[in-house]
Design a protein around this ligand. Sequence first.
Ligand code: BV8
Length: 235
Amino acid sequence: MKIVALTGAGISAESGIATFRGAGGLWEGHRVEDVATPEAWEYDPETVLEFYNSRRKAVAEAFPNAGHIALARLEAKHEVTVITQNIDDLHERAESSHVLHLHGEIMKARSTCDFPRVMNWGARDIVLGDLCESGSQLRPHVVWFGEEVPEYMRAVPIIAQADVLMVIGTSLQVYPASGLVELARPGIPIYWVDPDSDMAGLSTAGEVFHFPEPAAGALPGIVDRLLESQTGRPE
Ligand code: BV8
């Protein structure tokens, strides 16, 4: 079966990485406008770089949790694509083979010249004065609010062909990422894993099975059943 997992910050919560909108979330410490928009970059690049440098350190010190590892285990029997809104590399470090980052990757840097180049950067800080070969300032390779989501068009056919969709740890408040759920074929099973149960965003023609639990606790059991299942539905 073709299984697609659409993941958000919640799947990395149990690895110790802050979500955006939970209590004490990232946006509680910062206003989006001050750290995650092109205008913020223009106005105060140093603050933006510091915001991502501290998040990059947190990612480097974190480890994939049982949720990430369970998704990777699913590949033993199914064709699995992880479409993630997360900029961390925990799905890759859990050995998922097909990961599509809708909003970029914090371990990569990008030049800001007319022909932007993306480069592996690792856990090092990016500071003012880190320049590309043509002399342009480097920035985190992430999608800020108000920037286009180039990977979105790659995600559309993947979701549309899914036999099973898993929606894991996302408040579905950011577009166009959250609109992907509505592109799933009518009637397919949708596993929604999120301890928060008033999810207005999950409008879909699929058959939703809600697991109101943390991902690291719920996913191993869900994956065990999917590895046995012929229908993709929780028996
Ligand atoms: C674009 C990278 C156009 C950077 C991110 C008004 C209405 C609708 C849309 C808009 C609007 N005004 C503006 C917009 C568009 C805007 C948008 O959607 N804004 C929202 C806020 C209203 N979108 C954009 O700007 C996008 N671009 O539209 O471009 C365009 C077109 C052409 C040309 C030019 C421009 C770009 C959006 C990308 C922004 N970048 N990330 C960074 O990370 O710093 S978004 C960022 O926030 C994340 O990547 C993620 O996508 C999002 C956070 O969402 P979640 O992952 O869902 O996290 P959250 O904390 O919200 O929820 C966590 C969930 O986990 C919760 O449900 C919680 O209950 C659960 N949970 C907690 N613990 C656990 C758990 N679940 C399981 N287990 C646990 N243990």
